[in-house]
Design a protein around this ligand. Structure first.
Ligand code: GLU
Length: 378
């Protein structure tokens, strides 16, 4: 398809990657974790980081490892037993990654998340800051669903969606869904000898959901439908998604080199446009901050972040992470953005220089009131 070569070539320039490894790959046929597989994926991730990329890993495999550690004869049926197995197995999972990354002098960190964490705006911002800080430290965060409190993956095999939400959260440029199939097919390759790999497409193409809806092109436990849906979620913040076979040799390096491996699904618009559209469209405003003339100019003309020093008043009750409307002295809307401080906190730091935030509040979450990436000029 036209555009594929260019779109593939673009991948080499992308800095922030989310790589998701599914249960089907990680577990050697129900015999606990495939540690040599993990060592190899970690080697590939280490190569990405050595090339200057930031990588977040989203991994399953806790239940399978828990089943092995608990010496259960088979995967349990009830949700609470599966959750318990995941809690036991998560220890092994993180041990395996930590040991494998250590060989490359890389540190890992564990974050167990749920979809709810990423839908709640305050927790969303907290998770975002934590992950960004970890990436700044050069750590490779390892994320799984928090199976103790959420069962989406156990029920639906849906770490694909979690990985896509993490992609939005950290504004990653590429989401790689590694599975045990070569990518998306236009028909189920197990039943149709003529089934073709879809090597390139637009994440929002209805034809993909039609294929997924017809239940063909089945992929792993998550299936094709969750992978197409994940690509669509990732595209909202402008990320490209590659669905590829984790068993294919040096798959991550090949993806980065622009080789035609797996299925590449691209967003319709650029990352920043997508993100801003997302902020502008998805969220309701909870309150207002009034900007002085200088701040109006900076926000409007230079597209810079909004600092507390440029804010003269605040109205309404909002929490950290809520969307607020930024208005000028006459009340004319200037911008909309995700605010880093609650209305109570904002009231205390109005007009304050950034260096004085900590003195006023006793802490400083972020130097900006609204970061420019989270600000949409109206
Ligand atoms: N998040 C769980 C895990 O990592 C669920 C996977 C599953 O249901 O097998 O194991």
């Amino acid at each position: 398809m036209s555009g594929e070569v260019d779109a593939r070539r673009e991948l080499a320039k992308q800095r922030r990657w989310v790589v998701k490894l599914g249960s089907a790959l990680l577990t050697g046929d129900g015999r606990g974790l495939d540690r040599s597989g993990i060592a190899d994926w970690v080697r590939q991730v280490a190569a990405l980081t050595a090339a200057g990329c930031e990588v977040v890993l989203v991994t399953s495999g806790a239940v399978a490892e828990g089943v092995a550690r608990l010496k259960l004869k088979r995967r349990p049926d009830t949700i609470h037993e599966l959750q318990a197995a995941a809690a036991v197995g998560q220890m092994g999972l993180i041990e395996a990654y930590e040991a494998a990354f250590q060989k490359f002098g890389l540190r890992t960190a564990l974050a167990l998340l749920t979809h709810d964490d990423l839908s709640n705006r305050r927790r969303y911002l907290n998770a975002r800051s934590t992950l960004r800080t970890l990436l700044d430290y050069g750590v490779v965060p390892v994320i799984n669903e928090n199976d103790t409190v959420a069962t989406d993956e156990i029920r639906f095999g849906d770490n694909d969606t979690l990985a896509a939400m993490v992609t939005n959260l950290i504004e990653a440029h590429v989401l790689v869904l590694l599975t045990d199939q070569d990518g998306l097919f236009d028909a189920d390759p197990r039943h149709h000898a003529t089934a073709q790999l879809v090597s390139f497409g637009r994440a929002n193409d209805d034809a993909l959901s039609a294929m997924a809806g017809a239940g063909i092109g089945v992929l792993g436990r998550g299936g094709m439908a969750t992978k197409v849906a994940a690509a669509r979620v990732a595209a909202r913040s402008g990320a490209r998604t590659v669905i590829a076979n984790g068993r294919s040799e040096d798959v991550l390096e090949k993806i980065r080199a622009g080789d035609s491996v797996g299925t590449l699904l691209v967003p319709d618009v650029g990352p920043m446009v997508a993100r801003k559209r997302w902020i502008a469209g998805q969220l309701k405003t909870k309150g207002e901050v009034e900007l002085d003339a200088g701040a109006v100019r900076v926000v409007r003309e230079s597209g810079r972040s909004l600092l507390p020093v440029g804010v003269t008043a605040t109205r309404g009750e909002y929490a950290r992470g809520d969307v607020v409307l930024c208005v000028d002295a006459k009340g004319t809307p200037v911008a909309k953005g995700l605010i880093n401080y609650s209305s109570d906190e904002t009231r205390q730091i109005l007009g304050c220089a950034t260096r004085d935030i900590a003195a006023k509040l006793g802490y400083m979450d972020e130097p900006e009131l609204v970061h420019r990436d989270n600000l949409v000029v109206l």
